[in-house]
Design a protein around this ligand. Structure first.
Ligand code: GAL
Length: 653
């Protein structure tokens, strides 16, 4: 359990650096990330490198025993570079280019820009790659943030055409796979294919999907080019990128493949995230100062798998931020709670954004561990408390890595893209559906691993697939070989990899283990709400419902009031024929967990638990005082079982 901080020496007078370093170490901070936006100070003019200030900053921090994470500065190309190569600026879907004057103003497909990045990264790595205090390198910053991916530039178009040629080999093959006979969309050659923007009505969904697949690969290859340099010149450091919460623009499983990261780092802003995702207004109101109890956990559990078991929080909210629709001060205790929450889910490091609030420029309204006048902020004081507690407790400082959970939730990036391209109903959002299932599992007191459908799923007792657009033979093989209970949500197996309806209808290949067919689907306006009961729970379908025929020996476990099946099952596989109201999802999952022999424990509102090593942690995000579900003879290593808002406790099991 280590603590870190993001620091920008270039934004403060040199006279402050030594004191900052001393105070960081005294606070209990062990890791400091620097440099990720400092290109204009490292290379003020083309080819003219100025390292003296960075040498001094690195020396000052390492003199206090602080370990450094060095960021490559490619998220903010300097003005001279943009003036020399204006085509580095990214192109928006409406054909206009973004301007200089903030950050992330680069086209990820620009070869000119990629070369400039390799020059600065190589120069940095040659200078600092062997430095003993630099324990990690971060590439760029939050790839894809601010909707700068995709870029609709001429460079993107050329590279997309080459990508398509590699995938389809012949233009005839592409025309067939895309179904381009429809509306006379057939292409005579690869170089005739454009980007799927500025069309009068919908572009062909497979054209849009292939463009998203291509852009996802572009993000991965942009990062990969830097990694190849860093592996060579900084062979002893951990290499990483700081991912974002609830972010699906690129396929993180593919990004992380082939050793392209050593640890998955991500940036956690729980209150701002709660404000900006599609949650019901009552929940946003209820959790306005604590954040929704599952919003960070969802990404902790996702990034743990993406990092192959290793994850860090690279930027942790430590007070009010500046970028959500509303930015309240967190409830007392939350900054401390979020640290323990991340550790309970397996984080090795929790690093705060940022050391000190910057009184000027874009983020002057964003808090840090210190106020602009250099006093510890309320969040900073909570971090100090957590640091002292951890240092004083052997049980907390010597925790084992988390074990595999009994329950897996399959999350699939391509499914997100396919259902964004073809929502069919304006409120259907796959990630929101996945989050609803996740929330239900967590309310049942379960630990969850969020994984790819291509991960080894054989050891899980319960596998929940909230929906997956394409079901391939490999996934059917996993079902056949496992002894788990499986739950599939709506729209599963509803598409082929070429974005068409399977010839045997949805759920496609799933019919081999669950003989059902989806005859028609409907999206539901808020006034259409087919009702059903599951066990003793009454509720409705929202957003989406399917008319499903049960074939062979498939059982119908629950019907909608209009007689269509709501839940169908065959052997160990269940199918949920709609997006059900939350309590119904929980009822289905509770039954599946019981069938899998997994013990569930319905938790009080706002209470969550998570096990790591021999400890169980409990967290209260709710307004009421609650009691942690610890055995009567439990030994507490942190806090006590009565939890007020923002309280955390942990006991030995
Ligand atoms: C992150 C970003 C940081 C900072 C922070 C503010 O998205 O990586 O540089 O802008 O947000 O919350």
């Amino acid at each position: 359990m280590q603590l870190g901080v993001c620091y920008y020496p270039e934004q403060w007078p040199r006279a402050m650096w030594a004191d900052d370093a001393q105070r960081m170490a005294a606070l209990g901070i062990t890791h400091v990330r620097i440099a990720e936006f400092a290109w204009s100070r490292m290379e003020p003019r083309a080819g003219q490198y100025v390292w003296g200030w960075l040498d001094e900053a690195i020396d000052t921090l390492s003199a206090r025993g602080l370990k450094l994470i060095l960021g490559t500065p490619t998220a903010s190309p300097p003005k001279w570079l943009i003036d020399a190569y204006p085509d580095v600026l990214p192109v928006r879907a409406d054909g206009t280019r973004w301007n200089f004057g903030s950050r992330r103003h680069y086209d990820i497909s620009s070869e000119t820009y990629r070369e400039a990045c390799l020059r600065i990264v190589t120069a940095m790595a040659e200078r600092y790659g062997a430095h003993a205090s630099i324990v990690a390198w971060q590439t760029d910053n939050e790839l894809g943030c601010h909707e700068t991916v995709p870029s609709y530039s001429p460079a993107a178009r050329r590279r997309f055409q080459a990508w398509l040629q590699r995938r389809y080999e012949t233009v005839h093959g592409l025309n067939e796979a895309w179904g381009n006979v429809f509306w006379s969309m057939e292409y005579p050659s690869f170089d005739a294919i454009g980007l799927p923007n500025l069309t009068p009505t919908d572009a062909n969904p497979i054209h849009l999907l292939d463009f998203r697949r291509f852009m996802s690969d572009e993000v991965a290859s942009f990062h990969r080019e830097q990694i190849d340099v860093l592996r060579r010149l900084a062979p002893h450091a951990d290499l990483l990128h700081n991912f974002m919460g609830f972010f699906t623009t690129f396929d993180h499983y593919r990004f992380a493949a082939d050793n392209s990261i050593d640890v998955a780092a991500w940036d956690s802003y729980p209150i701002a995230r709660t404000e900006s995702i599609a949650l019901p207004e009552e929940q946003k109101a209820l959790y306005a100062r604590t954040a929704h109890p599952d919003v960070s956990a969802f990404d902790h559990d996702r990034y743990r798998a993406i990092g192959g078991g290793r994850f860090w929080v690279m930027e942790q909210q430590a007070g009010p931020v500046n970028w959500a629709p509303w930015n309240p001060v967190p409830a007392k205790g939350m900054v401390r709670l979020w640290a323990y929450e991340a550790f309970a889910h397996g984080a090795e490091l929790v690093s705060y954004f940022r050391w000190r609030q910057c009184p000027y420029a874009q983020e002057q309204m964003h808090s840090g561990l210190n106020l602009p006048n250099n006093e510890l902020s309320p969040g900073g004081l909570e971090v100090q408390q957590a640091a002292r507690e951890i240092a004083a407790s052997e049980a907390l400082s010597g925790l084992d890595a988390p074990a595999r959970a009994a329950t897996a939730l399959v999350f699939d990036y391509e499914t997100q893209w396919m259902f964004e391209i073809q929502r069919h109903g304006k409120t259907f959002d796959y990630q929101t559906l996945a989050f609803d299932y996740y929330e239900a599992l967590r309310e049942l007191g379960l630990d969850v691993d969020i994984v790819s459908s291509r991960a080894d799923l054989s050891q899980y007792g319960l596998v929940v697939v909230p929906g997956i657009a394409v079901i391939d033979d490999a996934l059917i093989g996993q079902i056949e070989r496992s002894s788990a209970q499986w739950v599939f949500g709506p729209r599963s197996g509803s598409k082929t990899a070429d974005f068409a309806i399977p010839s045997n209808l949805a759920p496609g290949a799933l019919q081999r283990v669950l003989p059902i067919q989806v005859l028609e689907v409907e999206s539901l306006r808020p006034t259409l709400s087919p009702a059903t009961s599951i066990g003793g729970t009454r509720g409705v379908a929202v957003h989406w419902r399917e008319h499903v025929r049960a074939n062979g020996e498939t059982r119908v476990e629950a019907h909608f009031d209009d007689a269509w099946p709501a839940v169908l099952a065959h052997g160990r596989v269940r199918y949920v024929a709609g997006w059900l109201s939350h309590a119904l999802h929980r009822a289905v999952l509770e039954q599946a967990a019981k069938d899998a022999g997994i013990r569930v424990h319905v938790l009080a509102e706002g209470l969550r638990i998570r096990r790591r090593g021999n400890l169980t942690f409990a967290f209260n995000f709710g307004a009421a005082q609650v009691e942690a579900p610890a055995p009567v003879d439990a030994t507490f290593v942190l806090g006590q079982p009565q939890l007020g808002t923002g309280d955390v406790c942990a006991w030995q099991t």
